[in-house]
Design a protein around this ligand. Structure first.
Ligand code: 6PG
Length: 240
């Protein structure tokens, strides 16, 4: 199921995404006893995380991962982990061992990617060659069409035999979910706001375009794909 919704403004976008997430969370917990979510970084999701923190939720049944991370210490202003902790996780009663930050203290980002992959395999009890199905993966999209830390024309876009790899923003290393891991999620939800995203969105939704130039095109989950856009970003697209 693919759904595109264009909301009047960013506040409406956040409200809609919150409602959808809480509904999916309750269903997953009812069906499987827990809910696994992978967070995106950047600026758009911050107010969503602040809104989630105000909800009364069964935090002991919620497990939080990150879909990507800048290769900086967890107290660095660019850290996606720091943003989510300040906006949400430090404000609710969620156990430390329900939160799985991406390690960024290995000498080599490749070792960190391997370590996070092992953490995911252990949590989801999947062997090498198997891919776990995360309940919900939140994604943003850059104005170049990147998502997570899958940047245009980088090697990370072609990794198919791992769950986690090293992405590159110019020369800056990042740790990122791979395309296969994202596409196996039960639900993938893009939150995209701002007029600066319009032209990349037009390419992402074009019938024909270079997937490696606009990596968000590679995100084709087998189950649910939601594109939640504000009017500024999505005004040229038709709703589905
Ligand atoms: C990151 C994100 C990245 C982000 C997009 C959109 O680490 O920055 O994971 O993929 O989602 O760059 O960022 P904005 O929401 O700030 O536009």
């Amino acid at each position: 199921m693919n759904r595109i919704e264009v909301l009047p403004d960013q506040a409406a976008l956040i409200t809609r995404s919150l409602d959808l997430i809480v509904s999916k969370l309750k269903t997953a917990i009812q069906e499987r006893g827990m809910f696994t979510i992978a967070l995106s970084g950047g600026s758009t999701p911050r107010s969503l995380y602040e809104a989630i923190a105000n909800e009364q939720l069964p935090w002991d049944k919620i497990h939080v991962f990150w879909g990507d991370e800048r290769y900086v210490p967890p107290d660095h202003p660019d850290s996606n982990q720091l943003m989510a902790r300040r906006a949400w996780l430090d404000r609710v009663n969620i156990a430390a061992n329900n939160v799985y930050p991406i390690p960024t203290d290995e000498a080599d980002p490749t070792a960190a990617a391997r370590k996070y992959e092992e953490q995911l395999r252990r949590f989801f009890q999947v062997q090498t060659g198997e891919i776990p199905a995360i309940d919900l993966i939140l994604l943003g999209m850059g104005d170049d069409g990147h998502t997570a830390s899958l940047f245009p024309h980088t090697e990370a876009l072609s990794v198919r035999d791992r769950l986690i790899t090293v992405g590159k923003k110019d020369t800056e290393p990042r740790i990122t979910f791979t395309v296969p891991l994202i596409n196996l999620a039960h639900c993938v939800m893009f939150l995209v706001a701002g007029a600066n995203k319009r032209s990349a969105l037009a390419q992402v939704f074009a019938p024909i375009a270079d997937d490696f130039a606009y990596p968000s095109r590679l995100i084709q989950p087998q189950e649910e794909l939601w594109w939640l856009l504000d009017q500024a970003a999505g005004q040229d697209l038709k709703r589905t």
